[in-house]
Design a protein around this ligand. Structure first.
Ligand code: ADP
Ligand code: ZN
Length: 210
């Protein structure tokens, strides 16, 4: 099954991707994580992406389409994959279609902007492996230390409140039109993000089964 997770920054796409990954045993592909890794490694496209990411803007379509294409060509994707954070623009969605990638379902995780602003201020990310946590909703076992790899968890630069406002604006302008795009293809299902993560997860699994 090839799935897309759609939703505003901080709507909980990454967490839902983990749930689906466990249930269906297909990998999650997060362009955000891949870009952050590239920035950290100082690769050529990492350097190009950094300024846009820090400002809450999107990285250019040709860069992300390039990384995505290489990633889904890998062996572990042959039984399906979950795209978390891609596509984020109509041209990216068109590029997927042009590659001949069959998408089965697009799951939109809907959370209101005000809730998102509150949530992102509590988000922490691991410096080592990139895992995401939340001080209230998904705390690490030891404060400030990643459960998975033991490295430090920090506030993402683009989770600063001023940048969050820009990211939400970018989402509404550039990414939200994808709802229409996939709804026209009959693939869009919307899950309303719940206060309890486990409740959202139930709804997500139901949405991809149904
Ligand atoms: P979010 O929590 O905002 O969903 P991500 O981790 O998915 O964040 O992405 C972080 C940043 O990486 C984005 O704000 C954007 O700059 C860049 N990025 C990630 N995926 C894409 C994409 N498909 N197209 C353009 N930029 C992207
Ligand atoms: Zn870690």
């Amino acid at each position: 099954m090839n799935l897309i997770l759609l939703g505003a920054p901080g709507a909980g796409k990454g967490t839902q991707a983990e749930v689906i990954c466990d249930a269906l045993k297909i990998p999650t592909i997060s362009t955000g994580n891949m870009l952050r890794a590239a920035v950290k490694d100082g690769t050529e496209y990492g350097l190009k992406a950094k300024a846009a990411m820090d400002a809450g803007d999107l990285v250019s379509d040709d860069i992300v389409i390039g990384i995505l294409k290489d990633r889904i060509a890998q062996d572990d994707c042959k039984n399906g994959f979950i795209l978390d954070g891609f596509p984020r623009t109509v041209p990216q969605a068109e590029a997927l279609d042009a590659m001949g990638v069959q998408i089965d379902k697009v799951v939109e995780i809907y959370v209101a902007d005000e809730t998102i602003q509150k949530r992102l201020s509590g988000r922490r990310v691991c410096e080592g492996c990139g895992n995401s946590y939340h001080i209230d909703f998904k705390p690490t076992k030891v404060e400030g230390i990643c459960d998975a790899c033991g490295a430090k968890t920090v506030i993402r630069k683009d989770d600063e409140p001023a940048t969050v406002i820009d990211r939400l604006k970018t989402y509404h302008e550039k990414t939200a039109p994808l709802k229409d795009y996939y709804s026209k293809q009959g693939k869009l299902v919307t899950v309303e993000g719940q206060e309890e993560v486990s409740e959202t997860s139930k709804l997500t699994l139901k949405a991809i089964e149904g």
